[in-house]
Design a protein around this ligand. Sequence first.
Ligand code: BGC
Length: 669
Amino acid sequence: MGKLTLNDLTIDEKLRLLCSNGFWYTMDFGGKIPAVSVSDGPVGVRAERKNAQGETITLPSVSYPSTQSLANTWNTDCARLMGECLADDCYEKNVDILLAPGVNIKRHPLNGRNFEYFSEDPYLAGHMAKSYIEGVQSQGIGTCLKHFCCNNLEYNRFEQSSEVDERTLREIYYVPFEIALKAKPVSMMSAYNRVNGRYASENKKGFKVLREEFGFDGAMYSDWEAVRDRTVSAKAGCDIEFPFNQKNYDNLVKDFEEGKITEAEIDECAARVLSLAERCKEMQKGKGVKRTVENRLDAAQKIAEESMVLLKNDERILPVKKGTKVALFGCYAKPEKDMIAGDGSSKVVPLNKDFDLQTLLEKELGVKIPFESMYYYNKVLGTNGYAHWAAKPHLGRNYAAECEMNIICVGTGAPFEYEAGDRTDMRLPAVQERAILDLARINPNTVVVIFAGSPIDVSAWESKVKAIVYAGFCGERGSNALSNILCGKANPCGKLSETFPVNFECTSVNGTYTDTAVTCYSDGLDVGYRYYGRHREAVKYPFGYGLSYSEFAYSDLSIKADGLDAEVSFTVKNISDAYGKEIAQVYVSECSPKVYRPLKELKGFVKTALKAGESKKLSVKLDSRSFAYYSVADDGWTVNDGVYEIIVGSSCEDVKLIAKVKIKNGKIN
Ligand code: BGC
């Protein structure tokens, strides 16, 4: 089939091209043009197909750690690796384009889809997404960057309007898209919500920014069933409506006949759909599955290991020494598949169902480990409102008292974190909190493992336990990763990609969840750590925080500048006797700004592996954007002359090194 142009299509075909073929395909007119097949999603391929009986089934696929967990690695190589593996999964299921990644900012800790997004920080989210896209597309499979934009809450998601000022859009909500677009995703998806009153699928102004300023050259899709008026959305630049909607299509045809949309306007969208099909065909030439399924599962485990965050480790209770008599508690230790994943379009049917921490720990520690599941999500297991272990002392209570250490697995899972609704509480279900407190009372050597996709309010029990590991939604090899972390075969090296506030009341969004139709982004630029810093609000665990079994020392900060480009160099030394990885973060702060600015903002990071005693000189590159703000007065990025702090930290609060630079006449000196 030669390359077709718009001239080869009739107007009827061009109109039809603007609407998909069913749920997951673009139109091919019986083979006249190549069809494109799309599938979710960010953490594994959720390909829906018909079985022999004509029923729709989801094909099993490798289940990787959630996007939140991936972000907690702060490792762009992990994002690239996951992308490459996902491309292989796509080939096996005849999928041309993966509907991922999602880069929306985590403005609201209760957002039901937080587990599907990277971070509260646009720089981190953008760079992780960019590498993920590069990974997928380097293997010839397309990506779809979503959901443009300001999709930060699920509540009333088809209608609610995210009301955001221009500067905040430019500096916070657009940035992850802007950075990720450098990887040239073949497509994007608009969001469900409205943005400043306009449905996201009709966001002409936003689409113009994407195409004319951020270099987006692919096709724009609607989110599924998000289109209200196909004509208005096509005129705005939404190229394909998914899934096919007969009524919307009929109206589009009618509107064309009545002159409400011109052939030139139809052509603009149709041309992009045509070139999407050509581009996908070109990209796949000479490519195909590269890794075995086992390799991909190993990759899923490696990413999970890098993503887990050690939040607390008093008296260095972790790692657990061989032979330690451990008792294991909580249904999440042997979860049903829904317990370690969020629900909705990103939910994957994993290949393996055997997530069994007990067996893995027994093997690693060389001891028999008693296990009691205690609860099922938010329900006590047992009779008379008591758990077995409470009602029958020979079970859990004895284990907890007799063993040297309790490990209790708690969390959320699909019934709490899902698309189309938000969490109602940042705390764990009461039964889980009570179980932690009871165990800790019986034996203070209690370690808590949290399986979740968003921040948890730990204040009810945190001070009573010795250690906390945030395992996230860690994918189907998560138990292997966790067992390695707990037993010291792997050294924790993840850091939080979003703040863990003390509780919901101290977040910037407390009390803003009141209007059914409008969310006013009154916090402006002060999202996440930018808010807590500005308002001197204490947090439980700051952005960028995470402990290790190693310890690191920072020294020798130096800055080499050329115009507004700067190379920030410093040395990190592993001052412990354990091999480990550190994530060094570089923040920039304008000391005496002439416009409102966040107190500090992440502008670079580097993750490095260090042997015991080893030191390395690391460097992070800054450029003019690292110092700039978006001037609404001038419609562009501006760097003010003045003094700036370059802050090197191991979290946004744990500052290790600071240097000041002066910018004069647009140059660092
Ligand atoms: C979600 C998208 C997803 C699409 C297709 C929508 O409900 O918002 O993220 O890609 O469904 O499953």
